[in-house]
Design a protein around this ligand. Sequence first.
Ligand code: T5A
Length: 216
Amino acid sequence: MRGRFITFEGGEGAGKSTQIRRLRERLEKAGLAVTVTREPGGSPGAEVIREVLLSGKAKSLGPRGEAMLFAAARADHVDATIRPALEAGAWVLCDRYADSTRVYQGEAGVDRQMLDLLELAATAGLKPDLTILIDVPAEIGLKRVEARSYNPAGAAPDRFETDTLAVHERRRALFLELADSEPDRIAVVDGTGDAVTVEAAIWQTVEARLGLAGHG
Ligand code: T5A
């Protein structure tokens, strides 16, 4: 049986990676096979493009050129990682997917028609069964990222994390608009509580929307 495809979206420091780890544990306890992956990246070819994008080396291409690189990475990721895992019956948990391009590159000025074309080219119509949008005010997410970067083991801020607060707030508004336009696919979860509270809200959503009642 084909697995289910769940994507996580949200601004910087929303808590996506943290919650993906927690959901993975719950699903595995329920006896399901789980593949965790991320964008940009998630396949050897796409990881090369990730390095180019997040280092800022591709910034000079402009938002449209960057959008094309995100799409190229996504096409490889879908072909090499996501589709094979779904076909093998795994539940795929993916940290960011096509909604991130709509929001980040859309906010930067790439028009809707171009975003539609790139999405089709990259995904060949593969849509998530469920998208969890973890919503936090930009200021809170950025404080978390900043706190992490003080930790010597933590990553330094990347190309997109260094944008202004106003840009981050516009991205948040665009994510919420997307959720309004596709309520059957996108569930908004309040990410301001502690990790345990957010985890419980996500589990409730997954159970209710993907029919896992009784597995938790
Ligand atoms: N991008 C991506 C585009 O522009 N277009 C695209 O098409 C795609 C796919 C990716 C960047 O690329 C852009 C968007 C991004 O800027 P990334 O390194 O993958 O870069 O960055 P993010 O996806 O933003 O990942 P982050 O790690 O920054 O954020 P997460 O995963 O949402 O947050 P997480 O879980 O790592 O948590 C951040 C910190 O907060 C703490 C954690 O311990 C951690 O230290 N935390 C909490 N603290 C308090 N309360 C909670 N509930 C917490 N949850 C986590």
